[in-house]
Design a protein around this ligand. Structure first.
Ligand code: ZN
Ligand code: ZN
Length: 593
């Protein structure tokens, strides 16, 4: 998990770049003129044209100039978007990659992929037609009301303008939705019902306590009522639709199917290979992990299980052992303290073992997760949005006081003595936090907004294994067994996503795969089944990025022999920012020759 600029997760899902022959280009000196022209055209000037078409995304990244707009998501808007995309793509392609330096070349590749992907969402994937949960006004309104970016009155006036457009927004949605999936229809019902809360007593209180005029307050009242009515109408309309879909059994399947899946994979992951290749690779990796765990379990069995009979089934055996070992975990009262203590320890390890340079001028600020953000993740990096002037990065840790004893116990067992450090490695050092610091050294608006998710998650997953290989955790069988269980989750996510969307895997088989063969709890497995129905490809990003980075490193090690320097590899790899791994590979190899 990584907290990117709020709600950017959605954008990230569509962000990815096709590598267009960057490596085959002759290594000529980049022209300063081209770089300058590119930076001018595809810096703020591009985004000034881009945000008015995407005000929700703009608000999510902290750009508020267009916040009062809420365009109706209709055919007219889609046509305008297509025109915009075609014009920008033509401009973008007028720059030759070989004329650009690495920073701009990677920006160009990322943006080209993003624009092509947006085009495909409109006229290929057409999720605007079959995903009713894609229509929801609540998030942006909530951000405007809860983010202190301007005085309350100014924000309320923005909200007031935006509110006027809500009825037309939902009318367009009802007009365009055709043969949706039942899963996304039900999600749309649930989420839009919840969205009504944003326009409830809390907002009325904010208005009452503000300096708005009497006329403005009256207008607010009318518009809130009209907005609520439109949302309620949408929910009722979806419920009727869902009833019809249930009856004639003709609803579109939530499964994407091979063709759409491969295409989405190409845009979202931007790896060198296909989804099918990655799936095959993940199956092999799963077997490699399990057979290693099998051996470790035999080794550890007497120590933890004493005379208990050892099951013949390797999954049962490993599962029982992990279950027993999970009793060793941090004390509930001192969870935050335990995490806090790990950060300087990890920093010291990384430095002493010459794994990567950290920036001592930017120590990680640890804090308790603010109350309004609790309930999402137990710990994680919260990075400022690209337009956030405060620009502080925090490591949030949620104290466990507010959870029931059962939930806390199950959580602490999951993040037990061996897994908790791996999780902190992933989120902070040398995972997401360190990657972010390196990315910020060459600031790029394009990369901070359309950065490659597989690279970002892949680096964090890679750093877990790299740390264990360096001896962190003592190189014990316990550490490797638990690490393998943790890593098996990313690997299994890939197998699951492809199996469900392309191969038609049933719910029953999916739950069996997760609980029996990947040692997950029933609760975790059920949540994952829901997620795989509602999303596609994103679950593969962790393993996709990780396996590419790991393979690339091993290849370089082979080629360079004793000249290979791990620290240099890490620093050079991260110096390209959140670019697709494949593209980084090409650029790094161009340098080496
Ligand atoms: Zn992550
Ligand atoms: Zn316990």
């Amino acid at each position: 998990m990584m907290r990117l600029p709020r709600h950017l997760a959605l954008l990230m899902l569509t962000a990815a770049a096709l590598v267009h022959g960057a490596a085959s280009a002759a290594p000529t000196a980049p022209s300063t003129d081209a770089n300058q022209a590119f930076a001018e055209e595809f810096g703020d000037r591009f985004f000034k044209a881009y945000w008015p078409l995407h005000p929700d995304a703009a608000i999510a990244v902290g750009y508020y100039q267009v916040a009062d707009r809420l365009p109706a998501p209709d055919a007219k808007l889609r046509t305008a978007e297509l025109h915009f995309l075609d014009a920008q793509l033509a401009r973008l392609r007028s720059y030759k990659p070989e004329d650009l330096d690495d920073a701009h070349r990677t920006d160009q590749a990322l943006l080209e992929n993003e624009l092509e992907s947006e085009r495909w969402h409109i006229d290929g994937l057409r999720d605007w037609q079959w995903d009713p949960s894609g229509y929801n006004v609540a998030d942006s309104f909530a951000l405007l009301l809860n983010t202190d970016y301007a005085p309350l009155e100014q924000r309320l006036r923005t909200v007031l303008k935006r509110l006027a457009a809500v009825p037309a927004y939902y009318a367009a949605a009802e007009h365009d939705i055709a043969n949706p999936t039942r899963e996304h229809t039900q999600l749309g019902i649930e989420q839009n019902q919840g969205a009504l809360d944003v326009f409830g007593p809390e907002l009325e209180k904010q208005i009452a306590g503000s300096g708005l005029s009497k006329a403005e307050r009256a207008l607010f009242k009318t518009r809130i009522a009209a907005a609520r009515k439109a949302m309620q109408h949408y929910v009722a309309w979806l419920k009727t639709l869902d009833g019809e879909l249930a009856q004639d059994d003709k609803a579109r399947s939530f499964r994407l199917g091979r063709e759409l899946y491969e295409r989405k994979f190409a845009y979202d992951i931007q790896s060198g290979g296909t989804a099918e290749t990655l799936y095959q690779r993940a199956k092999l990796e799963k077997e490699r992990l399990v057979s290693r765990m099998d051996g470790l379990a035999d080794q550890l069995w007497p120590k933890y299980m004493a005379d208990a009979p050892k099951p013949a089934d390797r999954f049962d055996k490993i599962g029982q052992l992990i279950n027993k070992m999970s009793e060793q975990h941090a004390p509930r009262e001192n969870f935050v303290g335990t995490v806090e203590q790990m950060i300087p320890e990890l920093e010291q390890w990384v430095t002493e073992h010459k794994l990567i340079d950290l920036d001592p001028s930017k120590p990680l600020q640890i804090r308790q997760t603010p109350a309004y953000e609790q309930g999402v993740a137990i710990a994680g990096i919260e990075a400022p949005g690209p337009y956030d002037p405060t620009a502080k990065t925090y490591f949030n840790v949620t104290p466990l006081d507010s959870y029931s004893p059962e939930r806390v116990e199950s959580f602490l067992r999951e993040y037990n003595k061996w897994i908790l450090p791996v999780f902190i490695i992933h989120e902070a050092i040398p995972g997401h936090y360190v990657q972010l610091i390196y990315a910020n050294r060459s600031p790029s608006r394009i990369k901070s907004i359309f950065g490659n998710g597989a690279m970002i998650e892949g680096w964090a997953v890679y750093s877990e294994r790299m740390m264990l290989e360096s001896g962190y955790g003592g190189n014990t069988p316990e550490a490797w067994l638990m690490y393998s269980k943790w890593n098996l989750r990313s690997v299994t996510n890939t197998v699951l996503d492809y199996s469900v969307h392309v191969l038609g895997m049933s719910r029953e088989d999916a739950i069996q795969l997760l609980t029996h063969e990947a040692f997950q709890s029933q609760e975790e497995a059920t949540a994952k089944w829901r997620r795989v129905q509602l999303s596609s490809v994103q679950l593969t990003s962790y393993f996709a990025g990780y396996s590419e980075i790991y393979d690339f490193r091993e290849k370089l090690k082979q080629e360079q022999g004793t000249n290979f320097d791990l620290k240099r590899f890490h620093e050079q790899f991260l110096s390209y920012g959140s670019s697709p791994v494949k593209l980084i590979e090409q650029l790094m190899q161009g340098k080496a020759q």
